[in-house]
Write a protein that binds this ligand. Sequence first.
Ligand SMILES: Cc1cc2nc3c(=O)[nH]c(=O)nc-3n(C[C@H](O)[C@H](O)[C@H](O)COP(=O)(O)OP(=O)(O)OC[C@H]3O[C@@H](n4cnc5c(N)ncnc54)[C@H](O)[C@@H]3O)c2cc1C
Ligand SMILES: NC(=O)c1ccc[n+]([C@@H]2O[C@H](COP(=O)([O-])OP(=O)(O)OC[C@H]3O[C@@H](n4cnc5c(N)ncnc54)[C@H](OP(=O)(O)O)[C@@H]3O)[C@@H](O)[C@H]2O)c1
Length: 519
Amino acid sequence: MVNINKMHWSAAHWAEEIERRLSETDRQAPIVNTDSQDTRDFDAIFIGGGAAGRFGAAYLRAMGGRPLIIDQWPFLGGSCPHHACVPHHVFSDVAAQLLLERTFSGKLWFQDMNNKTISILEIIEMFRRGRTGPHAFMNYQSKEQLDLEFVLGCPATIVDAHTVTVDDRIYHANNIVLATGSRPKKSTVSNGNLKGVYDHVTLVDHLDYEPGSTAVVIGSGKTAIEYACFFNATGRRTIIVSRNPPLANIPDGDTRLYLMTRMMEQGMEFLEASELLAIDGDPEDRVKSVRILTPSGEISIATDFVFTALGQRPNSELAAHALGVKVDAKGFVEIDSRMHTSIPHVYAVGDVVGRPMEMFKARKGGMYAARNIMGEEAHYHIGDYPDFMHTHYEVCWLGLGEEEARKHYHNVVVLKLPPDNPDGENVALPAGDRMMLYAMMKPKLSGFQKLVIDGSSRRIIGAFHVGSGAKDGFQYLAPMVRRGLTVDELGEMDELFLNPSYFIQLCRLRAGSKNLRGM
Ligand SMILES: Cc1cc2nc3c(=O)[nH]c(=O)nc-3n(C[C@H](O)[C@H](O)[C@H](O)COP(=O)(O)OP(=O)(O)OC[C@H]3O[C@@H](n4cnc5c(N)ncnc54)[C@H](O)[C@@H]3O)c2cc1C
Ligand SMILES: NC(=O)c1ccc[n+]([C@@H]2O[C@H](COP(=O)([O-])OP(=O)(O)OC[C@H]3O[C@@H](n4cnc5c(N)ncnc54)[C@H](OP(=O)(O)O)[C@@H]3O)[C@@H](O)[C@H]2O)c1
């Protein structure tokens, strides 16, 4: 076991090392980076160096403490760059780009896309080659810029609330932070392990053939819809099988309608109130069809490509068995607002503690664990947060949708684009970066946006945006809305016109009136 603490590898060197380790199947000696000259005890061992563990450790280090991260992978950063957010954003970029190419096929400088199917395998292989870059950068940054100590490339085993072993080494710390993340829920339908059945992890790790003309997607959460839009955009028949209506996570009816209409125009098929009954294979153990129970009876769909997106299970078994930390009925570790588990000196952060399973919560959870470990009394109440997902578009939202707002407020005012009018679909608004070609040539594809206001207090209570590039705005809008942002304050801001969100302009058009009216 070599300690690399006194070595200073470049990001390129890290990339080579990570690449080599990921491609070799033999067991490798862990990469150890501990500082033998630092004689202090570790304040905390973070088991898992993903978003939660790495950010938690970095914060603890920044506060003057001594963290150690242990991760079974040869890189820091966890599942986001390896299996989750980063590939999802690659595929969603591809879907958005292909929507543009197909819409303008044969026009302007666009190539003819008629009957053209794009290779999924090539895109996955491109991602597999590219993901080492973020991994290498995070190892480099963690060691050279954040002064983090870590042991990579080997799983940790918990002995007690202060002791962890890796390979044949024993590490002690004053506290342990469980940051072990989650993994995809597997289908219980028989034949779920035939070749051709994937989830978001196995797709990017194992796909080695070109999927045929039909993709069947099971589930209707963010993962299912995002990957389905990608498969659809490549030119494949794409069928989504779900028990409940898709997009139920987006709390506004108009926004859901806009998105469903656009997806169906692209040819996506939705089998709602339906369940996967069986996956049938050929003699070579490859998927050849699926059987689905729909409200009108059982149907069979010929396909060699099934994608399951059934949600995430926590990686909590290690801590539950070794320490007896309390977990809920689904196995998520129970914590209080200071990230304490039921066992003294043991904290838990990130996906392993449950929803929302998003990067902001993982990173902030790590930060709050660090603050508490370093002696502060820091409470993390998640509360309202801005949210997003992709279809062929980027979709952002915060606060209440119109329907829910009307249940709680008697004077709800809605500002939206395009406006409700007989020509609504032909109005080239909203428009903004990346939507301008649609605005000029296919107005109904240029997006949708809506602001929900309590007309009595004039406060913003909900915002929705379908288009491109509004995520940035929403992450700053959310805390302002929480603090009581009014239509007048929003109308007072300085817009960088044309921008993806028109809320400032819409508010300015109406703010002069004592009695707000919608539009
Ligand atoms: C398809 C998909 C797309 C997503 N896209 C987005 C997005 O765009 N934006 C967003 O905000 N969120 C997104 N998410 C959610 C986001 O990926 C997670 O919330 C986040 O990565 C969780 O971070 P974590 O640190 O809790 O877990 P992870 O990043 O999974 O880290 C856990 C780490 O623990 C390590 N580990 C586990 N057991 C052991 C052990 N015994 N010993 C040592 N190491 C161990 C693992 O190797 C891993 O590195 C997406 C999720 C999915 C499934
Ligand atoms: N920010 C992002 O863009 C992003 C992207 C992807 C994922 N994520 C996060 O990652 C986490 C996981 O997301 P996810 O979409 O994979 O999971 P999810 O939100 O839990 O959705 C799981 C889907 O699978 C269905 N399902 C579960 N078990 C099933 C079964 N046995 N048979 C048929 N259908 C079944 C569910 O249906 P029911 O509704 O009927 O239960 C639901 O549609 C979430 O917290 C999500 O927020 C974030």
